[in-house]
Ligand binder design. Sequence first.
Ligand SMILES: [Mg+2]
Length: 372
Amino acid sequence: MSQSFTPIASLGEFGLIDRMNERLADVPRSENLIEGIGDDAAVYRAGDGMLHVVTTDVLIEGVHFDRTFIPTSFLGWKAIAVNVSDVVAMNARPLYATVSAGLPRNFSIEMMDGLYDGMAEACKAYGLELVGGDTSTAHALYLSITVIGEVAEEDVVFRRGASVGDYLCMSGDVGGAFAGLKVLLDQREQLENMGESYEPDLDAFQYVIQRQLRPNARLDIINALRDAGVRPTSMIDISDGLASEVHHIGRRSDVGATVRIPAVPFDPETRAVADQFLDEIDAYALFGGEDYELLFTVREEDVPKIDETEGVSVIGTIEEAKKGVRAYSPETGLMPLHPAGYEHFGEAPQPGAHASQDGPGFDETDFSGDGA
Ligand SMILES: [Mg+2]
């Protein structure tokens, strides 16, 4: 008797989500459900004109993080922050979290204290409460966090709302988390090569290391946009890399986009790391993941308000779907922009990384001309 075995990796992330939806197609759908699988969070009516949003994320040792790099308090913070980031990407504010933790035998009480101190700090910073969960022994440290948030029905923002003529915007800067990962991986290699005598020099790279180990969900940005009177037409958080997220908005909104490379902000420290490793800064900014900034679109009439709002930049325009997702720079002109970010299940996971350890990169063939 033969049974076929098809590796999950052969599906890719989009294929995997489509496949899950196929299996679930017969489950009756509540009329209160507004958005199911396919956005940053699920959305349902909670009564009185309010919506609830729900998101869940796992962090697994050896897949998403390397415990030798990250203090457990930072890990606790990050586990909450990455979920809050998905709630914020729906223009919602976080309310409650539950945490399930798988704890390996080599995990100490002191580490556990650090983990929950970090989660408590993040809960205070983002104004949510940790209200339950589960613990179990596990082969590696495992955290599964669910966050519930709320938003008024008229304020919710999906990935699917962008239209032709909108402007593409983002908060903060990108590429820093990937630069931080490069530094940490390099320091670990040096440590392995030189042993105890090696003294890590991390002072010069505080910003990028913090971007990697203790990212910030941009709850402040959705508040600033509301204060400025701007409601984005679509939004997503930048977890897998800017280029990949532009593709997600394009796919869900049925539009194309042009990203103006010189307009994409990066920190000078990110540039210093790219220079040190002889890498392209543009590749860090476009394909480096885990920055947890917000990518969003606004109507043309809101652009002056965006210009006056601190911490946000206009980086491109939304165009017809047939033009695809493109990048523009004065040196190269218009080129198709490949997602090229890490696809979960699409390749072997790297410790501590969503992005490839070898560095994100332009796909040369995809960049050779205007393929629109
Ligand atoms: Mg997301």
